[in-house]
Ligand binder design. Structure first.
Ligand SMILES: Cc1cc2nc3c(=O)[nH]c(=O)nc-3n(C[C@H](O)[C@H](O)[C@H](O)COP(=O)(O)OP(=O)(O)OC[C@H]3O[C@@H](n4cnc5c(N)ncnc54)[C@H](O)[C@@H]3O)c2cc1C
Length: 674
């Protein structure tokens, strides 16, 4: 295979503040959330408009310190995570009681196999969970919720997911992206008082952003909220796809576009909508590879009247609300991934010790042993990252938007690998359904189901590709702030000159800091004992990461935003470095109470360092250019002969179904929980 060798920063770093900084997205020239189509016919939305919408939605301020941001800038701020943040020492009596009851309820009343078989969570389980308070885990006690910390909330999701991933997805969609979280952060007192007690008591909520034409790209949003003539509200029209809980929810967060008009900027706006408002039809319940119990809808809005007071946070604030909500909301997905990994580790351990082939337990064959070690090390790494993010979110002193995004990205990718390895270790039994195993008299371990259930985590709440871009954008934010205007084609000469001066001053200070650091001193971080070498590695690698980023920006400038493979590797290295830092700090903090944590931290760090080193190499030694050419040729049909010899899917249906505005013509398939 042809490979491209490129001179990396090690080989030839720029010596000064040469040509400067590009980024994944340029600073928005305007709030362009009003760009794009307003009808069912999605009009053309350019790449630039799509970027501007995403850019306008980001939180641009950094009010609090961020370990992740500093790491990407080559500044290893161990002090931001060490000492290990303390867990609030007193868990409330209500929370304590909740965990005990939840555990007992899951053991005795919830049959995960039945949910899988029937593709349905029974009404009784909805009611039971409501009685326990599970729908109000993250809602403040003053509104009838349990007011759990992020850490406890994630623990609860993990526990629930180990019995039924569909139920943890239900609870997470309800609380992390559904009505409670945006109201908690952006709602008025009146909105909180009106809706939160209902939700805490067990009414289900859903979050509706996606549309047939809107997946990763909200600029194409076509659902419209037109102000009513009397000014008391809005008239919603549109179709929303894949809303988790959408078939059962009684309260919805709906993202819709308010047209700009006389005295209003309009833009993508978040609304709380009563699920049974006239004009709402649940047209389909969708079915998937996994999460068979999910109540996921295709929902139509036809002239649905929403009162003005149901706008969350103001017109045009919808995407910002969605993104900010996800800062901590994103933690629930990795919680479920960590839960699945713990479960997998348990199955792998017991099975690998018991199953004998070729005269040994399979776990004693090196090929399987390395998989077990990967599973154990990575589960420890992921759990630690998650715990750290939760603790940082709970003590609220740090900005965790980068760390939470990193743990979502990392855990969804790694858990998938872990479960894949589990299937391999289980051999043919890994591929067999639990029901089939039980029918043959074997332990009904639903490994193939977990693989199917987990797969979606790499796609929703920000696909891996989008997470790479989102994190890369934050990683280069400091550069864009000082030097963005230099490469902005819309910046005039005055702005460019100002940026040049700003950038010169910044880089004259910053670049020398990347040359030397504590990681080069053999005695640095000695207080971490056997883990010190790993922290020295992180310190050195953080500077190397920043040098690599700077080198790439100098080289590619405005084109850098298109170097997605490069940016993805930069982000993945950052994730490994964050993970290594986290395990070292945690294991060190727990060295007296859990000394075996030191072994796991060392194991994980060794594995992670090899992955990071491989990624560093691939930054400059890769097939990206030939891959790009090949993909273009492939899409142009040049390699069509490769598809010969098989029957390909019929082309008689569109890839994306169009929709027409107007009243629904199909039966409402809404499910009412009784
Ligand atoms: C089971 C399930 C539950 C869901 N629940 C909800 C929900 O509750 N609420 C809701 O609003 N939505 C929900 N979704 C939608 C989900 O968030 C989207 O599927 C997701 O955002 C991806 O959008 P898409 O599927 O349209 O993929 P597309 O955006 O069409 O992307 C296709 C591929 O291209 C990649 N890609 C797209 N843009 C870029 C880019 N700029 N650069 C690089 N790669 C790119 C993507 O990563 C992906 O690999 C759910 C989906 C499923 C399947």
């Amino acid at each position: 295979m042809t490979t491209t060798r490129d001179r990396g920063p090690e080989a030839g770093e720029p010596s000064g503040a040469g040509p400067v900084a590009a980024g994944t997205a340029r600073p928005a020239v305007a709030d362009s959330s009003t760009a794009g189509p307003l009808t069912a016919e999605a009009g053309p939305v350019t790449e630039r408009e799509a970027r501007q919408v995403a850019e306008a939605a980001r939180e641009s301020e950094w009010g609090k310190p961020s370990f992740g941001k500093e790491l990407f800038l080559g500044r290893f701020r161990l002090d931001l995570i060490d000492p290990w943040p303390a867990e609030a020492s007193t868990r409330s009596a209500a929370a304590e009681q909740f965990f005990t009851k939840l555990d007992a309820y899951l053991r005795s009343e919830v049959d995960g196999a039945q949910i899988e078989r029937d593709a349905r969570i029974p009404d009784e389980v909805f009611r039971g969970l409501a009685r326990l308070g599970a729908f109000g885990m993250k809602i403040d006690e003053r509104y009838g919720g349990l007011g759990l910390s992020n850490l406890d909330y994630c623990r609860a999701l993990m526990l629930v997911g180990s019995v039924s991933p569909a139920i943890s997805a239900l609870l997470s969609a309800h609380q992390s992206i559904g009505v409670p979280q945006p109201l908690k952060v952006f709602g008025t007192d009146e909105q909180k008082q009106r809706y939160l007690p209902r939700l805490a008591a067990g009414e289900v909520s859903a979050f509706l952003l996606t549309e047939p034409d809107v997946g990763s790209d909200p600029a194409r949003l076509a659902t419209v909220a037109e102000p009513t003539e009397d000014g008391t509200g809005y008239r919603l029209n549109g179709v929303k796809l894949w809303a988790t809980n959408g078939t059962v929810a009684t309260l919805l967060v709906v993202m819709a576009r308010v047209p700009a008009g006389e005295g209003r900027r309009g833009g993508i706006t978040a609304f709380v909508v009563e699920g049974d408002s006239p004009g709402i039809t649940v047209e389909r319940r969708n079915a998937f590879l996994g999460l068979r119990g999910l109540e996921n809808s295709l929902t139509r809005f036809h002239d649905v009247i929403v009162p003005r007071e149901n706008v969350i946070g103001g017109e045009g604030k919808g995407l910002k609300i969605a993104l900010t909500t996800l800062n901590t909301g994103r933690l629930s997905l990795p919680a479920m991934c960590v839960g699945a990994s713990k479960w997998s580790l348990n199955v792998a351990r017991e099975w690998a010790a018991e199953r004998v082939q070729w005269g040994r337990a399979v776990g004693q064959h090196e090929a399987v042993a390395t998989k077990l070690a990967f599973m154990a090390g990575t589960t420890y790494g992921m759990e630690t990252m998650l715990q750290l993010c939760c603790l940082l979110a709970d003590d609220d002193r740090n900005d965790i938007r980068i760390e939470a995004a990193l743990v979502k990205l990392y855990a969804s990718e790694m858990a998938w690998k872990i479960v894949d390895e589990l299937i391999q270790i289980r051999g043919g039994r890994g591929y067999e359904t639990a029901e089939s195993l039980a029918a043959r008299g074997e332990r009904p371990v639903e490994v193939e189901q977990i693989l199917r259930d987990l797969r979606i985590n790499r796609i929703f709440e920000g696909s891996t590709e989008i997470m790479h871009l989102l994190i890369a954008r934050e990683a280069v934010d400091a550069h864009l702030s000082v030097a963005g205007d230099i490469i902005d084609p819309e910046a005039d000469l005055r702005r460019k000159a100002k940026a040049g001066a700003r950038a010169g001053a910044f880089y004259a200070r910053w670049l020398p800091t990347l040359a030397l650091g504590r990681g080069q001193s053999p005695s640095a971080y000695a207080e971490f004992g056997p883990l010190a070498a790993h922290l020295r590695y992180v310190e050195r690698s953080s500077r190397k990461l920043a040098r690599s980023t700077f080198y790439a920006m100098s080289r590619w400038q405005g084109k850098m935003e298109r170097k997605q493979a490069f940016l993805g590797r930069i982000v993945d290295i950052g994730a490994e470095l964050f993970a290594v830092s986290a395990v070292c700090v945690r294991a060190h903090a727990e060295r007296d109470t859990r000394p075996e944590g030191l072994e796991l931290a060392d194991l994980f760090a060794r594995q992670a360092r090899l992955r990071a080193d491989a990624l560093f190499t691939a930054l400059w030694d890769n097939t990206d250019p030939v891959d790009n050419t090949a993909a273009k040729r492939l899409m142009a049909g040049r390699y069509a002969f490769l598809e010969e010899g098989v029957l390909t899917p019929a082309a008689d249906q569109p890839w994306v179904a169009g929709w027409q505005p107007g009243p629904s013509t199909v039966e409402d398939v809404r499910r009412r929980i009784t």
